[in-house]
Design a protein around this ligand. Structure first.
Ligand SMILES: Cc1cc2nc3c(=O)[nH]c(=O)nc-3n(C[C@H](O)[C@H](O)[C@H](O)COP(=O)(O)OP(=O)(O)OC[C@H]3O[C@@H](n4cnc5c(N)ncnc54)[C@H](O)[C@@H]3O)c2cc1C
Length: 395
């Protein structure tokens, strides 16, 4: 049986970042990156890479990963007849996952990780950790995505889920150089997107929160909503691929011990936007470093606690704030107020982007803007009602 210091199950952004984090602390560690797929492999995703992801990778010694890609400077947010279109503080990137994930895996291999093609089915925890009677490890990280086998082996529930579908279609001039998000008014919370890749194609898609009281949308229904919200977005579309998104809650608690969970396996997708790559890379790096330090200290069982104390200051407060924001976004009137406040004040827009793409919080500017716009909308409704009453009353 092969014995490893650290076995990482799943070689997506969370898994590759885990290997990078560990090997940055101790390049001599024996790190296995196990994945059921051959790389490069596709992953259903909007392919939106926030600049904060690039910052994290830079800190971990991986630079230039998007240097040959076209930055996307603008973000447009629409709902019904109202929209806001602004330049972001820093541009984002749209990189197909066949490219992005492959680059991260390569970086992990260059750092010293061994990529192993293996579908993990079973974990046995004893004095060491054994996967499928074939792989032995002193520490383990589950980075195996939304339907994580490792999370199940730890007896943890997946939590709330969303579902989304994406494809690639030609970019019309009206959506060039932009990330466009159109919030649904018929089904909620849900939105369609079009993210310009900068090479003539856009990543287009539609996603919505799954409600356990009713059936989720079919593929045909999701494509119909996409085309309704972004007319023409499905024309010439290829590579349609759907997947579930395990959404974070404000109550996230990382497991203790020598087995850790990161990224989607840890139930970490932003519940307001569906972005998960920032969390995947942030938690992966933290878990890798924690494993390396626990091994160096001679006690692998402290890895989980070390990982938790590194992640808590980075994500703890943010996850609580974004859970509140996501709950508020179930009300169309709050989304409308958020868009109007963002149109009035660039600061509110920037704060919203930070909350949706990385680890921002609900700021004072955002809260004030929301309250002002909600109060304004309520006053306008009152005025309209009074006018209607006056018109209807007999002379
Ligand atoms: C339609 C859609 C759009 C999205 N858009 C965005 C976006 O624009 N920006 C953003 O930041 N996030 C987006 N997300 C979320 C993002 O895709 C995920 O959060 C991200 O992929 C999480 O990375 P990960 O490494 O945790 O998991 P994954 O990328 O899912 O990687 C998990 C890996 O584990 C492997 N694996 C699974 N099971 C096993 C097993 N039993 N044994 C071995 N290997 C296994 C898989 O092959 C895979 O390579 C979107 C998600 C969806 C579904």
């Amino acid at each position: 049986m092969t014995a490893w210091d650290l076995a990482v199950v799943g070689a997506g952004p969370a898994g590759a970042a885990t290997a990078l984090g560990a090997l940055r602390v101790n390049p001599a560690l024996r790190v296995a990156l196990l994945d059921r797929a051959d790389f490069p492999r596709d992953k259903s995703c909007g392919d939106g890479i926030a600049p904060q992801v690039i910052d994290l990778l830079d800190e971990a010694g991986v630079s230039g990963i998007v240097n040959d890609r076209v930055p996307v400077p603008r973000l447009r947010l629409d709902r019904g007849s109202f929209g806001v279109d602004r330049k972001m503080t820093r541009p984002t990137w749209v990189v197909p996952r066949t490219v992005f994930d492959q680059r991260l895996v390569r970086a992990a291999q260059t750092a010293g990780a061994t990529l192993v093609r293996h579908r993990v089915r079973r974990l046995v925890q004893g004095s060491t950790l054994i996967l499928d009677d074939e792989v032995e490890a002193r520490t383990l990280v589950g980075a195996d995505g939304a339907h994580s086998v490792i999370r199940r082996a730890l007896g943890l529930d997946p939590g709330p889920m969303a579902v989304a579908i994406r494809g690639y279609s030609p970019t019309p001039a009206s959506r060039s150089g932009q990330q466009v998000i159109v919030f649904d008014t018929a089904r909620q919370p849900a939105y369609a997107w079009s993210f310009d890749r900068g090479d003539g194609l856009s990543n287009v898609g539609y996603g919505e929160l799954l409600d356990h009281r009713r059936d989720g949308p079919t593929r045909a229904q999701m494509l119909e909503r996409l085309d309704t919200l972004l007319p023409g977005a499905t024309d010439g579309g290829t590579d349609w691929k759907g997947h579930q998104l395990p959404l974070s809650t404000g109550r996230w608690r990382p497991p203790a011990g020598r087995v850790m969970l990161v990224g989607d396996a840890a139930g970490l997708v932003n519940p307001m936007t569906g972005e998960g790559i920032y969390y995947a890379v942030a938690t992966g790096l933290a878990a890798g470093r924690a494993a390396a330090r626990a091994l160096a200290a001679g006690d692998p069982t402290t890895a989980g606690a070390r990982c938790a104390s590194a992640i808590q200051p980075l994500l703890g407060g943010h996850l609580r704030h974004v859970a509140v924001a996501a709950w508020l976004c179930r009300h169309g009137s709050v989304i409308d107020a958020g868009l109007r406040a963002s149109a009035v004040d660039q600061r509110v827009f920037d704060d919203l982007v930070e909350l949706g793409l990385a680890n921002g919080r609900i700021t004072t500017a955002m809260a004030r803007g929301l309250v002002r716009e909600l109060a304004g909308a309520s006053r306008s409704r009152g005025l309209r009602r009074r006018r209607n009453d006056t018109e209807e009353s007999p002379a």
